[in-house]
Ligand binder design. Structure first.
Ligand SMILES: *Cc1c(COP(=O)(O)O)cnc(C)c1O
Length: 344
């Protein structure tokens, strides 16, 4: 059985967490002269540092306990804190599978952690022959696996092998899970003490502007995230926005279904264009598409005010296209058809 305690940096284990005014007195009734706030106004009070209302709502929906939930200022905070909790700068390493989300690399560099990058195979799956022997590298304390993966769009298979074989924390980044048929790993947080599941309000929940990310894990692990985070990392406005988004679950589901229908339509339409060389399978709300000349296509789309993500440097001649609203997808296809006609 994996010993999670061995994976926590000593300074984090020994850290005395900041105790805020809102920690010391947790009631809601009274005259508050404890936090040096301005007594006037509507946004004048510090927010709940423990985000209790939002965690209670999430716990009910996801069938976990509130103490198995950490809320971050976007999942980007979950990624950064993961490095800070588990990896000793200049000494420990993290592992990921490329091409994938760029923040793992940036966050590793900021924290002075070596990120070992193992290329996914031609099907964008983990190359186990290369990856499994790395379990003997004791410096690898943290693994990031993104599924569905950004920018390739596919679900990653057999992630449990990482949880079973590595003496490391495994962060499964499920930013796009709501668009996928694959089951979430949330149900396995009790079974695997080294599992952290990262989700976000930024994609399917439609709250990218609010910056609310989520980590699910055993209460032991989650307690370290809570200890390390800045006390008021989620503003009152953003806690409220996320709570409202959860209450609008039905609306979110309608939007997800619309996006998935639009994706299927886009895949068919893109398939008719000679400048399109390959459309990769997608379990997310975007499609990775290989073109004759990704740079030229990208630039010509920009000229038509259609902005896509040029991933040419990551996957040969590929552009990542977010599935938009029906009129936006129509505009994309119109621009691509024009471009196709001028190039042939
Ligand atoms: C968009 C995205 C996120 C979301 O990050 P936030 O900070 O929550 O907005 C996380 N992981 C991946 C792989 C993403 O593509």
């Amino acid at each position: 059985m994996i010993n999670i305690n061995q994976l926590i940096r000593n300074n984090i284990k020994n850290l005395q967490a900041y105790s805020s005014a809102r920690d010391e007195f947790t009631g809601t009734e009274g005259i508050f002269l404890d936090a040096n706030e301005n007594p006037f106004g509507t946004l004048n009070r510090y927010p709940d540092p423990h985000q209790k209302a939002l965690k209670a709502a999430l716990a009910a929906i996801k069938n976990v306990q509130p103490n198995e939930i950490f809320l971050g200022n976007g999942s980007d905070e979950v990624i950064d804190l993961s490095f800070r909790i588990f990896c000793e700068p200049g000494k420990d390493k993290a592992l990921t599978f490329t091409p994938t989300y760029g923040m793992y690399d940036v966050s590793a560099a900021i924290n002075n952690i070596e990120l070992v990058k193992i290329p996914l195979n031609a099907a964008f799956q983990i190359n186990w022959d290369v990856v499994l022997p790395l379990k003997d590298d004791a410096a690898i304390k943290l693994i990031f696996v993104c599924s569905p993966n950004n920018p390739t769009g596919n679900n990653i298979n057999n992630i449990e092998k990482l949880l079973q074989h590595f003496n490391a924390m495994v962060v499964v980044d499920e930013a796009y899970i709501d668009f996928s048929d694959a089951p979430s790993f949330i149900n396995l947080i009790q079974q695997y003490p080294n599992l952290i599941v990262s989700q976000t309000f930024s994609k399917a929940r439609g709250l990218a502007a609010a910056r609310v990310g989520i980590a699910y894990g055993s209460s032991d692990i989650i307690s370290y995230y809570n200890k390390v985070k800045p006390p008021y990392n989620i503003s009152a406005l953003n806690q409220e926005a996320a709570l409202v988004a959860l209450q609008n679950n039905q609306q979110t589901n309608v939007e997800i279904q619309t996006i998935l229908n639009e994706k299927e339509k886009l895949i068919v339409a893109l398939g008719t264009l000679p400048i399109v060389k390959k459309i990769y399978p997608s379990a997310a709300n975007f499609i990775l598409v290989a073109f004759d000349d990704a740079n030229a296509t990208y630039e010509k789309l920009v000229a038509q005010q259609v902005i896509t993500r040029n991933r040419k440097s990551v996957v040969n001649n590929c552009i990542r296209i977010t599935v938009g609203a029906p009129n936006e997808n129509d505009a994309l296809m119109k621009a691509l058809q024009q471009l196709n006609n001028t190039q042939n």
